[in-house]
Design a protein around this ligand. Structure first.
Ligand code: ATP
Ligand code: MG
Length: 555
């Protein structure tokens, strides 16, 4: 994992370097990755994971995996387990540093009582609509709630009743008492607690009030002694509130520092758990780990190596301005990594039969083939050869142009690892379609390499009688537009779902890969990188297209 040790230099490391020099935060670096377990994590989260865990490694600090599980109706343990698994698969070890915001609910409650006692929080009975109306707008100041001046005793009493479940959902909330005329709307007496009579995956039925993100997050960071609390740019305007809450509590150690960076966006896909959930719920895709999904589990199943995702995350770096990264850039890192680690194999995706007329009927030969042309340590495998083989339909042309470097009548080509063959004859059906190509082979060319002898090209092939039928899932991007911003307001993003994002093909594979382990990486010669699907079996092998061999030119 050399990439993990690569040092980053960016505006965040500049801040940390300065903090360490000034001995701020007692000279420590403690970060956290704080997912809400309301879905599977995606490549945007992967970027945040690489950043937070990467900084901890770089500075000999720690990074906590903390579930920000404050919204029980949308969260569950399936999501918790998937996220734990995905973080580990990405290559990061949170060790014992696994936390749940819900473990702090008692402490948060006590801190809220402290604010009430200081006259800095109050129970407000305005309805949802009324408080919206009181909130004002970006240009119009808000109005004080009529409940703002309740006495401390009354507030303590009401808040306790809220906690004890004596009030209906939506009937009241606890709000911080800050400033209804602040130019920052986040500071206009934000809600700290709402009533939600919901079952929580961790605390079960203990609570019927749940903390809001802004209130909870800073306290979670404080309790865990986080030094640098890194989040995405949309929280920049929340930072004064983050600080206000911590500054107004009596705390006995340093106050974590919120730092914002631009979130990752990638062309032709969606990075938002809410939208990804819609694709799953409305059956646009099969599951959260459908290989088209930009989720970590989807990318894993698609065949993206974890190291490639880390390299990508490192290469895009962190910045202060939002941008859209082309998915081709991610694919570049996938190819780079797979070129090193993928075993080579021969697979015919669109077969046409080829008969070698001068090869004995019942004979077969098994050739040794290297699994990687440059890596002897990856070993060899046996490939069967016989009189009838399949080649790709588009590797033959009856009337070729001068630029066609494959098989045509009268031309000689090399069959990879086998022999040179020359096309002598074609068999057609009654409609004139070619159903069989007839060739003769040159027995002196065994192994396929004859120094100094020029052929039109080299083809991959599989022996017809040894070939195993398999399914190849040919994937492409899930959106037909680059960005959600390209979608008109009156349209749904699902209107732009790419209906051709999965094309299933029956193909013929060489027998050596028919019982490959799920998640094995392959380069199907001349066809692309593929990965054995998790549902693949010896009886029915399934391979997922990870990425093409080259970036397509017709963009
Ligand atoms: P989503 O809208 O997809 O649910 P989120 O930010 O609400 O995203 P969380 O589970 O709350 O999801 O996020 C956990 C962490 O991941 C946060 O620190 C968040 O800032 C970060 N994160 C989420 N999306 C991205 C992204 N696209 N790029 C970088 N970081 C991200
Ligand atoms: Mg969220």
């Amino acid at each position: 994992m050399k990439d993990i040790e690569n040092k980053m230099t960016n505006f965040i490391t500049n801040i940390i370097d300065k903090d360490l020099k000034d001995n701020k935060h007692s000279g420590k670096v403690i970060t956290r990755f704080p997912p809400e377990p309301n879905g599977y994590i995606h490549i945007g989260h992967a970027k945040s994971i690489c950043l937070n865990f990467g900084l901890a490694l770089q500075y000999n600090g720690t990074c906590n995996l903390r579930f920000d599980d404050t919204n029980p109706t949308k969260e569950n343990t399936e999501f918790v387990e998937s996220i734990k698994n995905d973080v580990k698969w990405l290559g990061f070890d949170y060790g014992d540093n696994l936390y749940f915001a819900s473990d702090y609910f008692d402490m948060m409650y006590n801190y809220a009582v402290e604010l009430i006692k200081k006259g800095k929080a109050y129970v407000c009975d305005l309805s949802f609509e009324e408080s919206k109306e009181h909130k004002g707008t970006l240009t119009v100041a808000g109005k004080n709630s009529p409940y703002r001046d309740r006495s401390i005793e009354e507030n303590l009493n009401l808040f306790e009743k809220m906690k004890n479940g004596e009030f209906a959902e939506g009937s009241c909330v606890l709000r911080a008492k800050i400033d209804m005329s602040s130019s920052n709307v986040n500071m206009r007496d934000p809600v700290m607690y709402r009533i939600q009579k919901a079952y929580h995956h961790n605390t079960k039925d203990k609570w019927c009030i749940y903390p809001m993100y802004d209130w909870a997050h800073g306290i979670e960071d404080y309790i865990e002694k986080i030094t640098h609390s890194i989040c995405t740019l949309e929280f920049e305007d929340h930072r004064p509130l983050y600080d206000w809450f911590l500054d107004n509590l009596s705390l006995d150690h340093y106050h974590p520092q919120q730092i914002e960076f631009a979130m990752l966006n990638i062309t032709k896909t969606v990075l938002s758990k809410r939208r990804l959930k819609k694709l799953v719920d409305d059956k646009f895709v099969d599951s959260w780990d459908d290989p088209r999904m930009p989720t970590v589990s989807g990318m894993r199943r698609r065949g993206y190596p974890a190291a490639a995702i880390r390299n990508f995350a490192n290469a895009i770096g962190v910045s202060k301005s939002n941008s859209l990264v082309e998915y081709e850039y991610l694919e570049f890192f996938i190819r780079n990594e797979l070129d090193e680690i993928a075993s080579r194999a021969m697979v015919i995706l669109d077969p046409i039969k080829l008969v070698i007329t001068n090869y004995p009927e019942n004979e077969e030969e098994w050739f040794d083939a290297k699994n990687h042309p440059k890596k002897d340590e990856m070993g060899t495998r046996k490939i069967p050869f016989s009189r009838e083989i399949y080649i790709e339909r588009d590797d033959f042309m009856e009337n070729p142009s001068s630029k066609f470097f494959r098989l045509a009548p009268g031309t000689e080509v090399r069959l990879q690892h086998a022999y040179h063959i020359t096309c002598d004859n074609l068999v057609k059906d009654e409609n004139g379609n070619i159903i069989e190509i007839q060739c003769s082979y040159d027995p002196t060319t065994k192994g396929g390499w004859v120094p100094g002898r020029k052929v039109k090209g080299t083809l991959h092939w599989v022996s017809a009688k040894h070939a195993v039928k398999a399914t190849a899932n040919i994937y492409s991007q899930i959106l037909t537009v680059d960005s959600l911003n390209d979608i008109p307001e009156d349209k749904e993003f699902t209107d732009y779902f790419n209906k051709d994002s999965l094309i299933k093909k029956e193909c013929f594979i060489e027998p050596s890969i028919s019982d490959s382990e799920p998640l094995s990486y392959f380069q199907f010669l001349r066809n692309g990188y593929f990965c054995t699907d998790k549902l693949s079996t010896k009886e029915h092998p399934i391979f997922n297209l990870t990425v093409s061999l080259k970036e397509s030119k017709d963009k």
